[in-house]
Design a protein around this ligand. Structure first.
Ligand code: PXP
Length: 244
């Protein structure tokens, strides 16, 4: 069955808006786990705009499933990851001024640097994934570096308003998921996925895990977090069950 990674960064955004200790990241993580999350994702950004170092440390100690740490491939972050030991690291590009992660990592253009980071993390038992666009040369580069996994950036697909199954963006992700899997990579996906567009991506046979944040946390304002997580997982499982 396909896995759901719930990104809880925006629980921290709400908490930080008033400088309070609530809503609690730990409570959010545990509620998400109880309602269908297979892992919990947090992005420790260089500017610490939402998640703080201590959040990651406390989540590591409390979560019952698995912790996926999104981070830039900097020496500061590598040192932190080696200290906290998340189950997974997803390496993402990071520009201070962007609203969210806007494009995939350029693995091909930074082979030596990203290769070293992947090597150090994986040698220390942390399964490492590269967040990349659905492009053949980037996937080949990820495989050449022996990264265990990739996360395909679904952002361009996610901004479509309809006809998901007929779109070029969908076919590109589907074909590239098949290609990556043929190279032995674990294939995950994420960015911009929501209750309307998630099913075609969850239907792709090679998709192992989807990481979803904003849509779930935003919808939880109306539904509550248990239902928001549960409904996303239900849609994903329905699509997964109809795979060929
Ligand atoms: N995957 C990666 C690598 C990301 O950087 C993000 C955004 O933090 C997500 C998934 C989740 O994206 P969204 O919040 O749009 O669901």
């Amino acid at each position: 069955m396909i896995r759901l990674g719930v990104n809880i960064d925006h629980i921290a955004t709400i908490r930080n808006a008033r400088g309070e200790a609530f809503p609690s990241l730990i409570e959010a993580g545990l509620i998400a786990e109880t309602n269908g999350a297979d892992s919990i994702t947090v992005h420790l950004r260089e500017d610490r705009r939402h998640i703080k170092d201590n959040d990651v440390i406390l989540l590591r100690q409390t979560l019952k499933t698995q912790l996926n740490l999104e981070m830039a491939a900097t020496s500061e972050m590598v040192e932190f990851a080696l200290q906290v030991r998340p189950d997974f690291v997803c390496l993402v590009p990071e520009k201070r001024e962007e609203l969210t992660t806007e494009g995939g990592l350029d693995v091909l253009g930074n082979l030596d640097h990203i290769g070293n980071v992947v090597n150090v993390l994986q040698k220390n038992g942390i399964i490492t994934s590269l967040f990349i666009d659905a492009e053949e040369d980037q996937i080949t580069a990820a495989s050449d570096l022996d990264a265990r996994a990739i996360e395909i950036h679904t952002g361009k697909y996610a901004i479509l308003k309809s006809d998901y199954y007929e779109s070029d963006e969908f076919f590109q992700i589907k074909d590239m998921a098949e290609y990556a899997s043929s190279l032995g990579l674990i294939v995950n996906g994420g960015h911009g996925l929501n209750y309307h567009n998630v099913k075609p991506i969850a239907w792709i046979p090679q998709m192992h895990e989807l990481n979803i944040g904003f849509a779930i946390i935003a919808q939880s304002v109306f539904w509550g977090l248990p239902k928001a997580v549960h409904e996303m997982k239900r849609l994903m499982q329905e699509a997964c069950s109809s795979r060929g």
